[in-house]
Design a protein around this ligand. Structure first.
Ligand SMILES: Nc1ncnc2c1ncn2[C@@H]1O[C@H](COP(=O)(O)OP(=O)(O)OP(=O)(O)O)[C@@H](O)[C@H]1O
Ligand SMILES: [Mg+2]
Length: 458
């Protein structure tokens, strides 16, 4: 049956982790880029500012004017920062005395010697300007002096672009590292689900014990629901078992009464036609009682197989007990039960299941054998298993495929007038496979049938 798959948790998790990693990588590369640009700007500003300060300091008033004694060191400091164009402007008392008179002024004039920085467009370029103010005594009067020193920042742009690429590469590297990590995280998160599914899937088809495998807290509601479902199923099964047991009882008791009455009537009746009718009645009552018994056995086997409540027991002892139980039936037909049984065969299983299986196999061997024959029962260790082999010299399987005879209510064509319901071998097979064993029926060389029942040894 195709199961509708809504989505894959693992895939969704990997997708979300990767999206998160992508956002983080982007933020990281942006942060690195902005931080680096700011740092570069601050360094360049510091150099520009000290050059502007040096320029302002180098001014002195002399008779008849102001002398600016520009030291080469002042501008070589700026040249060291890269090939940039430099503009300056010096205003004294509001008048430009030298430099570019159109160099834009800062929005707020600097008041102390600390430079003010600003960026403005100037002559087809964006320039960074440092403005420094001081006052100078010219001709006995204090005059405000404003020194502007501007510098293009093409070098900084190139550095920023390079840093940008490096930051992007860093982000990409972070993202690439995140891919295997995301896969690993998703796998480790979904591993408990896989383990639980495997544990439940590994169970036998009849294993209805509650799921007790360790599960993560988030899966507990699911496991609880599953266990309650299993519990309801067990409840239904045991109800069915009770129903069949009661039904078998309610059928068998009146059948026994009917059989007794018919036998009594048979003894008293002298009329042959009536006697034949009564014999038919007794036979039908036997058939019905046997079917009810087998149905009950079958239900019990199904129920017990579900319980899977195994105990340690000795298969050899059980074979001896079943042989003893069926000895009267074999004696009635003068059939010899020849036993060859190992002293002990320790196995793990359910005594009721094993008893039902052995009884049905031996019952068939006796039932389908003619009088005065021998049924051999051997039980011994073979490899890892305890093997019970029951061989008869009866009518054989009549060419029927043994696996077909194992089906429910399936009887062979060679049964003749032997009564039966066709459930015996089904019971045997189900009991064997529930306990991890196996059952095989085959025609025996030289006539008859051979049934083999195996259980794993402890
Ligand atoms: N030892 C045997 N010799 C010959 N045929 C057998 C033997 N055991 C089983 N069979 C064949 O397999 C069929 C199925 O056996 P199974 O025990 O399931 O049913 P049954 O004996 O007919 O009825 P019941 O449920 O009463 O045992 C039988 O009807 C018979 O044809
Ligand atoms: Mg049978």
């Amino acid at each position: 049956m195709a199961r509708p798959v809504a989505f894959s948790l693992r895939r969704r998790l990997v997708g979300q982790l990767l999206a998160l990693a992508a956002v983080l990588a982007l933020v990281l590369s942006l942060a690195v880029r902005i931080g680096a640009e700011r740092a570069a700007q601050a360094t360049l500003d510091a150099v520009l500012g000290s050059a502007a300060l040096a320029l302002a300091e180098e001014m002195r008033a002399e008779e008849g004017g102001v002398v600016i004694d520009v030291q080469p060191a002042t501008f070589s400091m700026l040249a060291a920062m890269g090939e940039e164009r430099i503009f300056y402007r010096v205003d004294i008392g509001g008048q430009t005395v030298t430099g570019y008179g159109d160099l834009p002024l800062p929005e707020g004039l600097p008041t102390t010697l600390a430079p003010v920085f600003y960026t403005v467009p100037f002559r087809d370029a964006r320039i960074r300007v440092a403005a420094v103010a001081r006052s100078l005594r010219v001709e006995g009067r204090a005059s405000p002096v404003l020194v502007l020193l501007g510098q293009t920042r093409e070098g900084q742009g190139a550095i920023a672009a390079r840093l940008g690429w490096q930051a992007a590469a860093l982000g990409l590297a972070v993202f690439l590292v995140a891919i295997p990590l995301a896969l690993l995280v998703a796998r480790s998160l979904t591993a408990p689900i896989d383990r639980l599914a495997e544990a439940v899937g590994r169970r036998g088809p009849r294993d209805l014990r509650p799921v007790r495998d360790p599960a993560p807290r988030e899966l507990l509601p699911f496991v609880t629901a599953l266990n309650s479902f299993i519990g309801r199923l067990r409840g239904t099964l045991s109800q069915t078992e009770t129903f069949i047991a009661e039904a078998a009882h309610h059928i068998r008791t009146p059948l026994a009464v009917m059989r007794n009455e018919a036998e009594l009537a048979l003894r008293q009746s002298g009329e042959e036609a009536t006697r034949a009718r009564l014999r038919g009645l007794i036979r039908s009552a036997d058939d019905a009682a046997r079917s009810a018994g087998q149905l009950l056995d079958h239900a019990t086997v199904l129920y017990r197989a579900d319980q899977a409540d195994w105990a340690r027991l000795d298969l050899a002892e059980m074979v001896r007990a079943v042989a003893a139980r069926l000895a009267p039936a074999s004696e009635m037909k003068d059939i010899d039960l020849v036993l060859d049984i190992a002293p002990a065969l320790p196995c793990e299983g359910d005594a009721v299941l094993i008893e039902a299986a052995l009884r049905n196999i031996l019952d068939n061997a006796i039932k389908y054998s003619p009088p005065d024959t021998v049924v051999e029962i051997t039980a011994r260790i073979e490899g890892e298993t305890a093997l019970v082999r029951i061989s008869d010299r009866g009518r054989g399987l009549g060419g029927a495929a043994p696996e077909r005879l194992l089906r429910r209510f399936r009887r062979g064509d060679n049964v003749g007038d032997v009564t039966g319901s066709g459930l015996g071998l089904t019971i045997v097979e189900q009991a064997a496979s529930a306990m991890g064993g196996s059952f095989r029926l085959r025609a025996r060389e030289g006539g008859g049938a051979c049934a083999e029942f195996c259980l794993p040894l402890v």
